[in-house]
Design a protein. Structure first.
Length: 287
C-alpha cells in the first residue's frame, strides 16, 4: 500500500478564540460556529488549561442542553458533574465524561480543587435528527478504563472513541462513527505515526504539547502547540511526525449533512425546534 499517496494534508490552521463560558471560566474556543458545516458532525471544541484558580474556579453551574452529545476529556484536574437525570461523577486526570443530552437535561460541571492545574477539552458531537429527542445518557470513564495501544514507533495512543488498530475505544457511535484519539509521542525527535482515518470522515487535530508535522505527498505542514489543523477531506490516513514529547488529539467523524440550528446550549435542525427547546426548558421539562 502506498500510504503517503492517500495521506491527508492540512487545509487550514486555526488558532481559536479566547473567551469565557459558564460562570467565568477562561477557555479557548477552537472549533467555533463558523466551522460547524466544515467539521460536521462536530459542533464545538473548547480547550481549557490554567494553573490559576481564578481562571476556572467559578465552573459551570446549572445549565441545560438538548440535541447533541458532550465529551469532556480531563488531562489534569478534578471536576464534579451532576445532572437532572440523577447522574453524578467525578471527572479527573485522564478520564472522560460522555453525556448524551438527547431531549434535554440540566447539569453542572464544577471544579473540585482550589489550586493546581486544570487542563482538558470539551467536544460537542451532533446527534442525527432522528435521535435528537432520545433519552439522555451518561457515562464516566476513568483513565484506567480508556483503551490504549503503543505503535512500533513507540507512540502511545489512547482510544477515547471509535475503533483503530484493532482496539475499540471507550465509546462507539453508529451514525457519526466518531474517532477520538489522544496521541503521546515519545521523548525523542522525529517519530512518525501513520494513523488511519476513514475516507468518509471530516477530521482535525489539535496539538496541546510540543509540535508536529503533517506529512502529505507533496507538502508537509508544521502544526505548533495550541493550534488546530483541519485535515483535507478524502484521504484514508494521516502521517504525523512529532517533536519530542508532543501530545495531540485527533478527532474524526462521519458528517450528518443535516441542517444545523443552534441557540446557545440547544442544537436542533430548525428554528421551530429551538423555540420548542426554550419553551420546554422554561416550563421545567428538562429537569
Ligand atoms: Fe454543559
Amino acid at each position: 500500500m502506498n500510504t503517503i499517496s492517500q495521506a491527508r494534508g492540512v487545509e487550514r490552521l486555526v488558532r481559536g478564540q479566547d473567551t469565557q463560558d459558564g460562570a467565568g471560566v477562561r477557555l479557548t474556543r477552537v472549533l467555533s460556529n463558523d466551522l460547524q458545516q466544515r467539521l460536521d458532525p462536530f459542533l464545538m471544541l473548547d480547550a481549557f488549561g490554567s494553573d490559576k484558580p481564578d481562571d476556572y474556579i467559578a465552573g459551570f453551574p446549572n445549565h441545560p442542553h438538548r440535541g447533541f452529545e458532550t465529551v469532556t476529556y480531563m488531562i489534569a484536574g478534578r471536576m464534579r458533574h451532576r445532572d437532572s437525570g440523577g447522574h453524578e461523577g467525578l471527572l479527573q486526570n485522564g478520564g472522560v465524561q460522555w453525556m448524551t443530552a438527547g431531549r434535554g437535561l440540566v447539569h453542572s460541571e464544577m471544579p473540585e480543587q482550589e489550586e493546581g492545574a486544570m487542563e482538558g477539552f470539551q467536544l460537542w458531537l451532533n446527534l442525527p435528527a432522528k435521535n435528537k429527542m432520545c433519552e439522555p445518557w451518561y457515562r464516566d470513564i476513568q483513565s484506567a478504563d480508556i483503551p490504549e495501544f503503543t505503535t512500533a514507533s513507540q507512540v502511545l495512543v489512547r482510544v477515547i472513541a471509535g475503533t483503530t488498530h484493532g482496539v475499540s475505544g471507550a465509546v462507539t457511535r453508529e451514525q457519526t462513527e466518531p474517532l477520538y484519539l489522544d496521541m503521546h509521542f515519545p521523548a525523542h525527535e522525529g517519530v512518525v505515526l501513520e494513523q488511519e482515518i476513514p475516507s468518509t470522515h471530516h477530521a482535525f487535530l489539535y496539538v496541546y504539547r510540543g509540535g508536529l508535522d503533517v506529512v502529505a505527498r507533496d507538502v508537509q505542514t508544521a502544526v505548533p502547540a495550541k493550534r488546530m489543523a483541519i485535515l483535507s477531506n478524502g484521504g484514508n490516513c494521516v502521517v504525523l511526525r512529532g517533536q519530542a514529547g508532543t501530545r495531540a488529539i485527533l478527532i474524526a467523524g462521519k458528517p450528518l449533512h443535516e441542517p444545523i440550528a443552534q441557540y446557545g446550549p440547544f442544537v436542533m435542525n430548525t428554528r421551530e425546534e429551538l423555540a420548542q427547546a426554550v419553551d420546554d426548558f422554561r416550563a421545567g421539562l428538562m429537569g
